[in-house]
Design a protein around this ligand. Structure first.
Ligand code: HEC
Length: 87
């Protein structure tokens, strides 16, 4: 299941590159969500373990707190992907 999810992410990333967007971000999609989470979500509190919440809960929290720091839809999606992949 996890493997399937990761290859899906890789595919999305490859397509992204092919379209010429995000060329500057050469890091794989898999870790970019984690990076974003680590950089954007700990300005107000310590990072919360992905395992602490279920998919649905993370969705709500990423929306709620992501909007506070004006994350783009794309950034929120990446962070959410990282969280639900690791919970
Ligand atoms: C602008 C400051 C701020 C940022 C940035 C922020 N948070 Fe929070 N977060 C808070 C505060 C304040 C609380 C405590 C809320 C409370 O106790 O009522 C909190 C609590 C939480 C909780 C615990 C559940 C809850 O609502 O009490 C989760 C999960 C969470 N944040 C996720 C995130 C994620 C994911 C991000 C990155 C997208 C993020 N936070 C970024 C301020 C922030």
């Amino acid at each position: 299941m996890r493997k399937f999810f990761i290859s899906g992410l890789l595919l999305i990333f490859t397509l992204n590159l092919a379209c010429g967007t995000n060329v500057s971000k050469v890091t794989p999609e898999v870790s970019s969500g984690e990076k974003l989470y680590r950089s954007k979500c700990r300005t107000c509190h310590t990072l919360i373990e992905p395992k602490k919440f279920k998919d649905e809960e993370w969705k709500t929290f990423v929306e709620k707190y992501g909007s506070r720091v004006h994350l783009s839809v794309e950034e929120k999606e990446k962070i959410l992907k990282y969280l639900v992949e690791n919970n």
